[in-house]
Design a protein around this ligand. Structure first.
Ligand SMILES: Nc1nc2c(c(=O)[nH]1)N[C@H]1C(S)=C(S)[C@@H](COP(=O)(O)O)O[C@H]1N2
Ligand SMILES: [Mo]
Length: 388
């Protein structure tokens, strides 16, 4: 039955039901093509670009096709390091171990019996960049149980300081220790401080856009860590372990880190940090035309800090303010749109930049010169289009 309702209608109902939106979605929030509106092709996308699908290791979102605030389930980007587990919801147990008052194995039914929370959260993979057309990004409407409610209900031992999340997915890893290499089977694991885990936002999510999670998105249960890079949002969540000491697993301490120099010349200090909260990034996703008018649409991701502006620049012109969509929320991606006046025939370069209320400005290449590693690449992303 639900299939006969249009996707937009389903979305509207879902959002209305959860009070996230007033009765109607403002036209604005839906950057779908209006009648008579046509897309202007980017000239910087290689012919070989393809999104991939559920059979490939990575599926990217074709950001030119963004047609509303919420990414449809069948377009949501997906990436993982090991083969995707296939888990029966009725057989799944979430183990909660370590420094808790009482260890537990919770079924989906146990979790669904607890008060549920709805949250719109968007994120990108920390490896997202222009190389893959910025397509490792999506924005979902998640339903689940607050992590803090689950932990509080079991009781947290005062010694606990670190919360580790393990997926059911696993694989063989070479772990190097001095001159030895051990090949062992490990689960995907990520951690955060207890303080972060007990914030109101982290969600143990069992639904995406009003339906059970897709296998690609971690069915039947995953962590949603609003404002953090994709890597923190552990899919196929099998175990939560509370401990006193830091967790040093591969995807926490080795693969997902950034090395960046601070200072200048021979005073540079090289700092290595974990990949956690999203760096401020804006991306132009699409340019369209209707008659003489041109419209530039894009999105911003960040850690949830309020924005003070998103601006667009055409060629060497001035920075001009874009308009923000009414559907944007604290942890959603933030859609923006810009009316491009007086576009002339020929090739143009367009770029956007976001600024937050703390005065953080999206960097240019030169600002990131001392970033040696490629993750967290939030540089301004100039695009070229051909206006005829
Ligand atoms: N269990 C598990 N969770 C995981 C991963 C993984 O390999 N295994 N990959 C992470 C990474 S790197 C990203 S970017 C996001 C992608 O989430 P999505 O596929 O739902 O878009 O999942 C994260 N969660
Ligand atoms: Mo990622």
């Amino acid at each position: 039955m639900e299939k006969q309702i249009s996707r937009r209608e389903t979305l509207r109902r879902g959002l209305t039901a959860t009070g996230l939106l007033a009765l109607t979605v403002p036209d604005w929030a839906i950057p779908a093509l209006a009648q008579g509106e046509r897309e202007i092709a980017f000239t910087d996308i290689p012919d070989t670009f393809s999104t991939g699908d559920t059979t490939t290791r990575i599926r990217v979102l074709d950001i030119r096709r963004i047609d509303g605030p919420i990414t449809p389930r069948d377009q949501f980007f997906s990436i993982q390091h090991y083969p995707k587990p296939e888990i029966e919801e009725s057989e799944h147990r979430l183990k909660i171990s370590g420094l808790v008052g009482s260890e537990a194995e919770l079924s989906l039914a146990d979790l669904k019996a607890m008060p549920s929370t709805d949250l719109v959260a968007g994120y990108e993979c920390s490896g997202n960049s222009g190389r893959i057309q910025q397509g490792l990004v999506s924005n979902g409407h998640w339903t689940g149980v607050r992590l803090s409610d689950v932990l509080t209900s079991l009781g947290v031992n005062p010694k606990a300081r670190e919360v580790v999340f393990f997926g059911a997915d696993h694989g063989e890893e070479d772990v190097v220790f001095r001159q030895n290499t051990f090949t062992v089977d490990q689960q995907y694991g990520r951690s955060m401080t207890l303080e972060n885990a007990m914030k109101p936002e982290p969600l143990l999510a069992y639904a995406l856009n009003g339906e059970p999670l897709t296998r690609e998105q971690g069915h039947p249960l995953r962590l949603i860590m609003p404002g953090w890079y994709g890597v923190a949002n552990v899919k196929w969540l099998a175990e939560i372990r509370l401990q006193e000491d830091r967790f040093l697993g591969k995807f926490q301490a080795r693969w997902y880190r950034t090395m960046m120099g601070e200072g200048a010349d021979d005073e540079v200090q090289w700092i290595e940090t974990e990949v956690t909260r999203m760096q401020l990034k804006s991306v132009i996703a699409r340019v369209t035309t209707e008659g003489d008018a041109h419209k530039v649409v894009g999105f911003v991701v960040n850690d949830g800090t309020a924005l003070s502006s998103v601006e667009v620049r055409i060629d060497d012109g001035p920075w001009q303010r874009a308009e923000m969509a009414a559907s944007n929320t604290e942890f959603s991606w933030k859609l923006f749109s810009f009316r491009w006046e007086g576009a002339t025939a020929g090739e143009h370069t367009i770029v956007s930049r976001a600024t937050d209320v703390n005065g953080v400005v999206q960097p240019v290449e030169a600002d990131l010169e001392l970033k040696k590693t490629f993750l967290e690449h939030n540089v301004q992303f100039p695009r070229t289009v051909m206006v005829s």
